[in-house]
Design a protein around this ligand. Structure first.
Ligand code: 25A
Ligand code: L14
Length: 343
């Protein structure tokens, strides 16, 4: 296989460090690896396979000779630098929301819509973490029985908001006595006017507020799900909530199928038919997915599958995955692998 010159933008961050790990673990065909971050990290080193790599500052000229550039340093960095990477001939795989809904930009989960990769114009977007695990878990169900309505509530980990948010939860967790007055600078969103403690609390806000009083995270889930499934008729409603969990997003999902004769066993079979989706569902053994145990894993876990008691075509389920791995880094690396396989 052709060896690639690879760049990682945001290499020192929560997602960037995982991208590097996955590239190495999965033996991605790397000819050279360039680690880019902000000025703050330039000059620091990251050890990979016993070798020291020096982090460089991201610049417009940093992409000379690069074949694939993974971006995970926030939307404004992608907006500024992606065009320079594309002009230099690189394929950009972007973890931010900057271009996800842009026409001509494929939004890809390799288990769900790998063929969309072929439509790229230099940039492929990696979906939002909560969206990735949900569409992977539902891919088999959607194909076999059709889904016309979906209502999701999320239980999201702080690592989605970056390395600084993990630090904030740790600091506050050590201060139980002052839990109401805990110092908060990051969550619910770095750019929000007000900040609230996350330790010993639950925040029904992820990202800023947008259209119709939905948050941007909720709107991302609603819009991205339709784009990935290429089904703009499907009704999708999301409520996104942050919990004091370090890593691993959970979701309570209600779906209504096109058919009303589907059994729980048939639904489970359809869930299991998708690669990297694991059914963990045995109430007699108290077996169900939990974020603490999904941390560090590659799979999407599904459990608590139940038929609705009133609606014949309604089902409830619970979906958990590591938001930094399948929700971000692994999915990006899988996009790159699938792209290479398609050449
Ligand atoms: O802008 P958004 O869209 O709201 O995105 C916000 C954040 O979400 C993360 C990522 O944070 C992003 O910045 N992110 C992106 N995609 C994600 C996804 N799919 C995602 N999170 C979850 N799922 P992060 O902490 O994971 O990583 C940030 C990385 O971006 C680099 N970076 C920042 N500004 C940059 C830049 N790179 C190039 N040019 C710029 N102008 C950043 O590098 C990191 O790699 P760094 O050098 O800024 O950070 C290195 C270390 O420094 C620590 N640190 C953070 N803040 C401060 C700090 N140190 C001192 N002072 C500070 N104020 C961090 O611990 C970091 O590890
Ligand atoms: O759009 O704060 O991919 O948990 C995913 C993580 C946005 C922020 C995205 C979080 C990001 C979100």
């Amino acid at each position: 296989m052709r060896q690639m010159n690879v760049a990682v933008v945001g290499a020192t961050g929560a997602v960037g460090t995982k991208i590097i790990e996955k590239l190495i673990e999965r033996k991605f065909p790397i000819k050279s690896l360039k680690l880019l971050a902000s000025k703050r990290s330039a000059g620091s080193t990251i050890q990979i396979n016993g070798e020291d790599y020096v982090v460089e500052e991201t610049s417009e000229t940093a992409f000379e000779g690069i074949d694939i550039a993974f971006f995970s340093a926030g939307g404004s960095i992608t907006e500024h630098f992606a065009k320079h990477a594309i002009e230099a001939g690189a394929l950009v795989i972007d973890n931010t929301s900057a271009f996800r809904m842009t026409e001509g930009v494929p939004l890809v989960v390799p288990e769900v819509n790998p063929d969309a990769i072929r439509e790229h114009n230099g940039l492929i977007a990696n979906p939002n973490c909560s969206t990735i695990q949900m569409v992977a878990a539902l891919k088999g169900v959607k194909d076999q029985f059709g889904i016309n309505r979906l209502i999701v509530s999320t239980y999201q980990a702080v690592s989605g908001a970056g390395a600084d948010a993990i630090e904030e939860l740790k600091q506050q967790s050590e201060n139980f006595e002052n839990r109401v007055d805990n110092k908060a600078d990051i969550l619910p969103s770095g750019s929000a006017e007000k900040h609230y403690p996350i330790a010993f609390n639950v925040l029904p806000q992820i990202d800023l507020f947008g259209e119709g009083d939905y948050t941007l995270e909720e709107l991302k889930m609603m819009n991205e799900t339709r784009k990935i499934f290429d089904d703009y008729e499907m009704s999708v409603a999301a409520t996104c909530v942050r919990l004091p969990v370090v890593t691993g997003h959970s979701e309570s999902v209600y779906i209504e199928l096109d058919r009303d004769d589907v059994t729980v066993d048939q639904l489970k079979e359809a869930i299991r038919s998708v690669p990297n989706v694991v059914l963990q569902d045995d109430p007699s053994q108290q077996l169900y997915p939990m974020p603490l145990f999904a941390e560090g894993t590659d799979e999407v876990f599904v459990g608590r599958v139940r038929k609705d008691r009133d609606k014949k075509n309604g089902f409830h389920l619970w979906i958990v995955a590591d938001n930094l791995i399948k929700g971000a880094a692994l999915n990006s690396v899988q996009i790159a692998e699938t792209y290479l396989e398609q050449q």
